[in-house]
Design a protein around this ligand. Structure first.
Ligand SMILES: [Zn+2]
Ligand SMILES: [Zn+2]
Ligand SMILES: [Zn+2]
Length: 161
């Protein structure tokens, strides 16, 4: 009951104009054979409010707060289609866990520090030599957004183990 009230209050408040790329989301999902259900609409609302990286489990949790009936498999299946549409992009944490980027600005990889748990973006320019070497020597086209490197950041590396 309380959740329903919160949900209606939420949708009644004027939200900052969403990124135009979300505007045709409903039609694009329908074109892929996915009905525009309340759960899918809720997921899209949660995503449109999200900045940076978010794991699938965190997304399920945020949807559950607003709608306790949220079904994780529906969230993950919808995420797959939203990724095909270019609205989200997944990468992997050091443990292999999927992390989603909402409306990724540029393609980038990730550095993860095993000491402090910090993470940083690897920009395309930083990866340029590796990208070029793999292409030249192996004819391999690297997917930078899927690259995650584990190690220790400067601060952790300077500290005695
Ligand atoms: Zn992957
Ligand atoms: Zn560190
Ligand atoms: Zn990232």
């Amino acid at each position: 009951m309380i959740d329903q009230e919160q949900a209606s209050t939420r949708s009644a408040t004027p939200r900052p104009s969403p990124d135009p790329r979300w505007a045709s989301c409903r039609e694009q999902l329908r074109a892929r054979g996915l009905r525009w259900t309340p759960q899918r609409r809720l997921l899209v609302e949660v995503l449109a409010d999200t900045a940076g990286h978010i794991t699938g489990a965190e997304l399920v949790e945020r949807c559950r707060v607003l709608d306790p009936a949220t079904i994780p498999s529906t969230v993950y299946r919808t995420l797959d289609v939203l990724e095909e549409l270019g609205l989200v992009r997944h990468a992997h944490g050091p443990d292999g866990r999927e992390e989603y980027h909402v409306l990724p600005r540029t393609e980038h990889g990730h550095l993860h520090c095993s000491g402090c748990g910090g993470s940083w973006d690897i920009e395309r320019a930083e990866a340029a030599e590796l990208v070029a070497a793999l292409r030249r020597d192996r004819g391999f086209e690297m997917d930078l957004s899927h690259l995650t490197i584990s190690g220790r950041c400067a601060g952790c590396a300077a500290r005695p183990a």
